[in-house]
Ligand binder design. Structure first.
Ligand SMILES: Cc1cc2nc3c(=O)[nH]c(=O)nc-3n(C[C@H](O)[C@H](O)[C@H](O)COP(=O)(O)OP(=O)(O)OC[C@H]3O[C@@H](n4cnc5c(N)ncnc54)[C@H](O)[C@@H]3O)c2cc1C
Length: 438
């Protein structure tokens, strides 16, 4: 009998699940693969058409196959030889690479049949021993993989319907018309100062935006640049499978950072040598430690962990030195719509409550991770139907380390956040898609 597996999500996570099924399956398997936006193989991150949106990980670390680390570099050498293994290639090319790899492999296992369906799943129920998936039609599968990706960020606090519905507010920083609309403005505001903000700045710059750009975030941290010709790395200092408390870990990291400074070693390597151990450490923190971490250290950690290519940060510096950027430290408390513009009220412990006016707002605060607050109809139905539940800290959903939620139901790391602090995307996804086909 042919088993059917349903995969919801066409991004890297869904694609890797399909590729692993093709590579590993030894019995007949029918795959029904859904993507609401018809972005199979690329998903949100690699569907960009802007050549200036670069990978934030060098090519030698972006292979989609953990056991073939040069897979992406070899592809680049064949089709885009201007990029070498240490370059940060355009994300668009990575999407092309994943698509090309899928096209090569899709017909290589005669036991596998694949049906790609560009429809949004709006509901899933468990019926007898199968999952019933609903779009405008109904599909059935014995196994189900949720590879839903990142959801849109939460709206800023105390927000009125009028603001949310305004055509000058974008909750989705990757909306196809956003840059065309933004460049006609004189004063725009980006809420959030991480890597998404850098993508938006790059697109504005390449479309010759000449107005003022306010960037506001609670700490006003901006991403660090990847170092070119980096200094030597620190030696590995984390013991494998040792359970660290948050306090212990902080103290060790601080010591290592001091050591790196004193001995002229690469401070970024302090984080990099920890990456293989981070998932284990995170999963062994107590509930209280996880909450403390998210409350007090998340922003600092994000800056230490996510770096941008130096070419991308050079654009930030150029705009900053031409005084186009106004970097504001503060938490947005309210936004009022006044005629054709917005007044943003924000506060900071040092300066108290203040406000400023702006014409256009882009939300770059990062994906919503609390599954009780996500507006996706499917997610709401999955929670309502008891198919999955948020985890104890409301940061992703409750799933085992291998992504298993319940028998025959799996999710990927972007959904479970189990790899919250871990490796680059392909390795994480590869890790969480292995074994699903079995
Ligand atoms: C802008 C950006 C840049 C990044 N750059 C890098 C990088 O350079 N290097 C790196 O290692 N990582 C990077 N990342 C992180 C990582 O690559 C991405 O998060 C990764 O691509 C996530 O893949 P995914 O398949 O889990 O999710 P997505 O790519 O978001 O795919 C999820 C898919 O699921 C579909 N979907 C959702 N709900 C439904 C539904 N109900 N029915 C049907 N389909 C549905 C969506 O349409 C979407 O196409 C980046 C992330 C972003 C957002």
């Amino acid at each position: 009998m042919t088993n059917t597996i349903a995969i919801v999500g066409g991004g890297i996570s869904g694609t890797l699940t399909v590729l692993n099924c093709i590579k590993q399956s030894k019995s007949p398997l029918h795959i029904i693969w859904f993507d609401a936006k018809n972005q199979f193989c690329k998903g949100l991150a690699y569907s960009t058409t802007d050549e200036q949106h670069l990978l934030n990980v060098s090519a030698n670390n972006m292979s989609i196959f953990v056991d073939e680390p040069n897979h992406f570099v070899n592809w680049l050498t064949q089709y885009y030889p201007q990029y070498s293994s240490h370059n940060f290639a355009p994300r668009k090319l990575f999407g092309e690479y994943v698509q090309a790899t899928f096209d090569v492999l899709k017909n290589t296992n005669p036991l596998i049949s694949i049906q790609q369906i560009a429809e949004e799943i709006i509901d899933i129920k468990k019926k007898n021993n199968a999952f019933e998936l609903k779009t405008t039609q109904t599909y059935y599968a014995q196994k189900l993989v949720l590879a839903l990706g990142n959801f849109l960020p939460a709206h800023p606090r105390s927000i009125s319907r009028e603001f949310i519905e305004s055509e000058n507010y974008f909750q989705n920083a990757f909306h196809p018309t956003i840059i065309q609309q933004a460049i006609t403005q004189k004063n725009i505001t980006i809420i959030g100062s991480g890597l998404t903000m850098i993508d938006v700045l790059i697109s504005l710059h390449h479309h010759s935006f000449s107005g003022k750009i306010n960037i506001i975030s609670p700490h006003a941290y901006i991403p660090q640049s990847h170092t070119e010709n980096p200094l030597p790395s620190v030696k590995p200092f984390i013991e494998e499978h040792k359970i660290y408390t948050l306090i212990e870990l902080l103290s060790i990291v601080n010591q290592q950072l001091k050591k790196a400074k004193k001995e002229y070693l690469n401070p970024h390597s302090v984080i990099d040598v920890m990456r293989p151990h981070l998932q284990f450490i995170w999963m062994n923190f107590s509930l209280n430690e996880k909450q403390q971490f998210l409350r007090h250290l998340r922003h600092k950690w994000g800056v230490a962990r996510h770096r941008a290519p130096s070419e991308s940060m050079a654009i930030f510096k150029r705009l900053e030195s031409s005084r186009m950027i106004n970097l504001i430290k503060g938490r947005v408390n309210d936004i009022k719509t006044i005629e054709s513009c917005f007044e943003i009220y924000f506060s900071d412990s040092k300066i108290g409550q203040q406000s400023f006016k702006t014409e256009f707002i882009i939300n770059c605060t990062g994906p919503e991770s609390d599954y009780l607050k996500i507006s996706s109809v499917l997610v709401q139905n999955l929670v309502k139907n008891g198919i999955f539940a948020p985890d104890s800290i409301h940061y992703g959903i409750n799933a085992a380390k291998n992504g298993e939620i319940s028998p025959n139901l799996y999710c990927h790391w972007t959904t479970s956040k189990r790899y919250f602090m871990g490796k680059h995307c392909s390795a994480r996804n590869q890790a969480s898609s292995k074994g699903i086909s079995g």
